[in-house]
Design a protein around this ligand. Structure first.
Ligand SMILES: *Cc1c(COP(=O)(O)O)cnc(C)c1O
Ligand code: SF4
Length: 322
C-alpha cells in the first residue's frame, strides 16, 4: 500500500463508505486524504481501535450537519494576523502557518475550511515578509511553525524558513506542530533529521509538538521516527484532541498517554474541540472532559497527564479546564 486515498471512490472500493448523496455533498466541501501508514494501521487494528482510526480520517454524513454555532474561523486567527501566515496573539510567541497541506485530512480539524487548498504554501516573498515581522518584534521569544502540517514541505523548503529564524537573535525557541512522525513516518528522512539537528547545534531550542489521538496510530516505523528525532536533540511533546468515539474513555486516554511517554513524548495539551463547521458529532461535553482528565490524574503516573485546554472563540485565547 503506497498510495494515498484522496477520493470517495477510493473509500467506496475499500468498503469504508457506501455511496450516498449526503456524503457526496460533504466531499465537495471538505477534502479527503488518508496516508498509506494510516491505511496499514487500519488494516492491522480491530474492534474499537479500527473505529478510532476510521472516525478520524473517513468522512461521515454527520459532517453535512452544520450548526449555527459553528464558525469558519473558530479560534479567531484572522483578527491577529499582522503579516502573511503570521498569527501573533500572545506577546512572546507567534504562529507561522507555512502551508495548508497535510498528510491526512482529519474530519474534526478546526482549520477545515483552509486546509488542503491548492497553492496554500507561503510564497518566498510572503515568507520574507513574515521574517521581517519576526525580526522587528523583539518581544518574540518563540516562533511556532504550523499549518496545515509544516513537515509536508521538503527539507529544502523548510530550511529556507528555519535558517532565517535561526539568524534572528531574540528568537530562542522554534516549535513545529505536526502529525507526520506518526502519520507518515517515512517523511522523517535523514535529510530532515540533519536539518533539525543543525538548528539545535546552532543554539536554538527545537520542540516538536506531535498531534496524536489514539495509541493505535503508533506503528513500529512511527516509534522509530520518534526515537530518531530524540537522538538529534529535538524535544518532543504532544497535543491531542478529545474526540467522541475516538478517545473519550479512561482506558483509551491512559493507553494514549502512556504510549506517548513510552516513545519519549511528554503529553502537553488535550484540546476540547473547537466549533469548526460540521464537527459537532465529535464534541465531548466540558464536564465529561474535566472528569476524564481528573480520573487520569488519579490513576496514572504524573508524567502521563496533559492539560485539558479550551479555545475561547473570537480570538480570546486558551483557557485551562483541568
Ligand atoms: C495556541 C497558540 C499558541 C501557543 O500557545 P501555548 O500555550 O504556548 O502552547 C500561540 N499562538 C496562538 C495564536 C495560539 O493559538
Ligand atoms: S493534520 Fe492537523 S491541520 Fe491537518 S487536517 Fe489534521 S488536524 Fe487539521
Amino acid at each position: 500500500m503506497s498510495r494515498y486515498w484522496t477520493s470517495l471512490e477510493d473509500l467506496y472500493s475499500e468498503n469504508l463508505l457506501t455511496e450516498s448523496s449526503e456524503i457526496e455533498t460533504v466531499a465537495r466541501e471538505f477534502q479527503i486524504k488518508v496516508s498509506p501508514t494510516m491505511q496499514a494501521q487500519m488494516a492491522d487494528s480491530k474492534g474499537g481501535d479500527y473505529d478510532a482510526l476510521v472516525r478520524q480520517f473517513v468522512p461521515s454524513k454527520e459532517e453535512a450537519n452544520i450548526l449555527p454555532s459553528e464558525l469558519d474561523d473558530p479560534i479567531g486567527d484572522r483578527r491577529f494576523s499582522p503579516a502573511p501566515g503570521v498569527v501573533h496573539r500572545y506577546e512572546d510567541r507567534a504562529l507561522l502557518k507555512i502551508t495548508q497541506l497535510c498528510e491526512v485530512y482529519c474530519r474534526f480539524c478546526f482549520r477545515k475550511e483552509m486546509i488542503g487548498q491548492k497553492g496554500e504554501t507561503l510564497s518566498k516573498p510572503d515568507l520574507a515578509l513574515a521574517m521581517e515581522y519576526f525580526r522587528a518584534h523583539k518581544e518574540l521569544w518563540e516562533v511556532i511553525l504550523t499549518g496545515g502540517d509544516p513537515l509536508v514541505l521538503s527539507a529544502r523548503r523548510l530550511a529556507e524558513a528555519l535558517d532565517a529564524l535561526v539568524e534572528i537573535d531574540h528568537i530562542k525557541s522554534i516549535r513545529i506542530h505536526t502529525r507526520i512522525p506518526v502519520i507518515s513516518p517515512e517523511k522523517i528522512t535523514d535529510e530532515l533529521l540533519n536539518l533539525l539537528e543543525s538548528i539545535v547545534d546552532r543554539g536554538k531550542a527545537l520542540t516538536i509538538v506531535l498531534h496524536a489521538n489514539h495509541a493505535s496510530e503508533f506503528s513500529l516505523s512511527a516509534r522509530k521516527a520518534l526515537l530518531a528525532l530524540r537522538k538529534r536533540g529535538v524535544l518532543l511533546i504532544s497535543q491531542s484532541v478529545l474526540l467522541k468515539g475516538v478517545n473519550d474513555s479512561l482506558p483509551v486516554l491512559t493507553d494514549l498517554m502512556r504510549t506517548l511517554i513510552e516513545n519519549g513524548v511528554k503529553p502537553y495539551y488535550l484540546h476540547q474541540m473547537d466549533l469548526a463547521r460540521g464537527t459537532s458529532h465529535f464534541v465531548v461535553e466540558n464536564e465529561r472532559g474535566i472528569a476524564l482528565v481528573n480520573a487520569l490524574r488519579e490513576s496514572v503516573s504524573g508524567i502521563c497527564v496533559p492539560r485539558l485546554i479550551i479555545e475561547i472563540p473570537e480570538g480570546e485565547g486558551k483557557r485551562v479546564l483541568a
